[in-house]
Design a protein around this ligand. Structure first.
Ligand code: R5P
Length: 262
């Protein structure tokens, strides 16, 4: 790996703990004003000090994030369909030049394995990696799961491995209760988990704990943080698991204390 690539990755995955807490706030790129992110500027400001990087679109970055921020930016660069359309109908929407202009540490796009346009989205990933390698920019591939797919280890393992084979430097996928370790073991690049739909805070912390225990390097979590009763409490509780190896009980205690305090 070239110096630039290594340097950018070290800004996302902590060299001290080998782990990362990415804050995913790109949901509006197909969902519009998502609950918890209706006014992104206000929702995000208190969370930024606790995230290792922000996964965001260029529109929200330019309009809602202060340019003096120190937080590393991972830019969502794919899109196309809205929640009303065929979700797998994605293309690359943001250029590498734009990513560099925005001082991004990485770029991310979705692949839709098994969906109508799987071949196109996997080719998108290949093309993005070609361009990103030219500039030393890491690519995060996101294994989007269509409604008709089972979120099991077999499917997730297939999607993650394809992403790595195409050259992704990191993969974001969903956690599955059974055999998640097999998904991690079959993927030769670091895996972070998406949180998925909002679930009770303790359950989300348990999911993060399990994923780390199974070998994930961290989370790229959105709704379970910004839709929490206490987003600031939740992101710090997640950090405690990811970076400090705390138990679920310890992390939930941190969440409850911060919830009361705030
Ligand atoms: C999908 O909208 C994005 O890739 C999200 O960044 C990803 O799903 C993580 O967010 P959440 O934890 O809300 O699933």
């Amino acid at each position: 790996m070239d110096w630039g690539m290594k340097n950018r990755l070290s800004k996302v995955i902590s060299p001290k703990t080998g782990k990362t807490v990415m804050l995913a706030v790109d949901h509006g790129y197909f969902q519009g004003p998502t609950t918890g992110l209706k006014t992104p500027k206000e929702s995000l400001a208190p969370l930024l000090p606790f995230a290792d990087s922000l996964f965001v679109t260029r529109g929200i970055l330019r309009n809602c994030i202060d340019a003096s921020t120190n937080i590393p930016i991972f830019l969502r660069v794919s899109g196309g369909p809205s929640v009303l359309g065929e979700l797998s109908n994605e293309d690359i929407t943001t250029s590498m030049k734009e990513a560099l202009r925005l001082n991004a540490v990485g770029v991310g796009l979705s692949i839709f394995v098994g969906a109508k346009n799987e071949d196109r989205t996997i080719s998108n990933l290949g093309r993005l990696v070609n361009e990103a390698e030219e500039y030393g920019i890491p690519v995060l591939a996101i294994t989007a799961v269509g409604k008709e797919m089972e979120r099991d280890a077999r499917y997730l393992g297939l999607a993650c491995r394809i992403a790595a084979e195409m050259g992704a430097h990191m993969v974001k996928t969903y956690y599955c209760k059974e055999d998640f370790k097999k998904v991690v073991d079959g993927c030769p690049v670091p895996i972070v988990i998406a949180g998925g739909k909002k679930i009770p805070e303790r359950d989300a912390l348990q999911m993060a704990r399990n994923a780390i225990d199974d070998g994930a390097v961290g989370v790229d979590m959105g709704r379970n943080i910004f839709q929490s009763e206490s987003p600031v409490g939740m992101i710090q509780a997640v950090r405690a698991i990811v970076h400090e190896n705390k138990s679920v009980d310890e992390a939930f205690k941190i969440f409850n204390e911060l919830k009361t305090k705030n």
